[in-house]
Design a protein around this ligand. Structure first.
Ligand SMILES: Nc1ncnc2c1ncn2[C@@H]1O[C@H](COP(=O)(O)OP(=O)(O)OP(=O)(O)O)[C@@H](O)[C@H]1O
Length: 303
């Protein structure tokens, strides 16, 4: 049995189609990532799966229960860490945790084993109000609160947004350990680099799933030769490359342009071509695609 099953879920707010016939399954103890930019529909999907919002169309099941008919069962079995507002800012670390334990009819002691590794990191600050914690510590406390009733399925909506790089890395380590304890995790993120840390991922944009794959499988979806190109004037280079017959796509990536070509070409051939056209300092390097390259390629295909 799948731990989460989503079947053609659609949701519209006025004219905005937040989700359009979204379907996927998450296996038991799988770490499944939902990756997409702001406004892609991730939070809407989380609210539907945690029984806080009704879909317009489609069915969904969590831990074997229907999200509408069996919503009470689901609420006992899931942990939810929403993107914002999951902690009481004026309550201390300890009080927040006791509060969440109490509303689920349990105690911190009863399930301490599950949160221990995470809680010891914030325990020195247990008397501090949650509002006065750093981003990374707030995130750890919110995770402890979402875990305190020993959920079967954990929903984490953008848990690493606005958190420093070290805390982000630690957070993913914690998720790996929770998965090893048999907890199914659906996690959303706008950070493409976090895709490689999941067992499988769904790329989502404008309410539609672009693809579902393992991180490795996703890389194999990108078959065109890809190059990072740099020259003195990036804008001029972009305009120039867009006009060339060998160009398939060209997109800005920081200080580089990412170029895909129809045919495999040696780096030197492209470089010489650019130099002959006045880009004296042109540099061309064949590169492996990132998740962002795949995302952009897939989203331009569906536009
Ligand atoms: N209550 C609402 N009323 C109207 N429109 C909404 C509402 N909630 C979300 N939307 C719109 O639905 C779309 C999907 O929003 P959603 O919050 O699910 O996306 P998201 O991927 O979680 O992005 P974000 O990180 O910005 O929350 C967006 O265009 C958003 O503006």
């Amino acid at each position: 049995m799948a731990a989460i099953s989503v079947e053609h879920i659609s949701k519209q707010y006025g004219e905005t189609k937040a989700l359009e016939s979204v379907s996927f399954e998450v296996k038991e103890a799988e770490l499944f990532g939902l990756i997409g930019p702001d406004g892609a529909g991730k939070s809407t999907l989380f609210r539907i799966l945690t029984t806080l919002l009704l879909a317009d169309e489609g069915e969904a099941y969590v831990a074997g229960h229907h999200v509408v008919k069996d919503y009470k069962e689901i609420r006992k079995k899931v942990g939810y860490m929403p993107g914002k507002f999951s902690l009481y800012q004026d309550l201390s670390v300890e009080e927040n945790l006791s509060f969440f334990a109490t509303i689920f009819g349990t105690t911190i002691e009863e399930n301490y084993e599950l949160i221990k590794d995470i809680y010891v990191q914030i325990e020195p600050f247990k008397k501090r109000p949650a509002g006065k914690l750093s981003g990374g510590m707030k995130q750890k406390l919110a995770l402890c609160c979402a875990l305190i009733h020993k959920p079967e399925v954990l929903f984490l909506d953008e848990p690493t947004t606005g958190v420093d790089a070290v805390s982000r890395k630690e957070f993913w380590e914690m998720l790996k350990q929770l998965k090893a304890k048999g907890i199914t995790i659906l996690v959303s993120t706008p950070y493409m680099d976090e895709a490689s840390l999941c067992d499988r991922i769904a790329l989502i944009q404008s309410g539609k799933i672009l693809t579902i794959n393992t991180p490795k499988g996703l890389m194999n979806e990108f078959t065109k030769p890809l190059y990072a190109v740099k020259a003195e004037n990036t804008y001029k280079l972009l305009t120039f490359l867009r006009q060339q017959d060998f160009t398939d796509t060209v997109l800005p990536f920081g200080e580089f342009l990412h170029l895909t070509t129809e045919e495999d070409m040696p780096e030197s051939e492209i470089e010489n071509h650019l130099k002959a056209d006045g880009f004296e300092k042109a540099e061309v390097k064949r590169i492996e695609p990132t998740v962002e390259d795949i995302f952009l390629a897939l989203s331009s295909e569906t536009e």
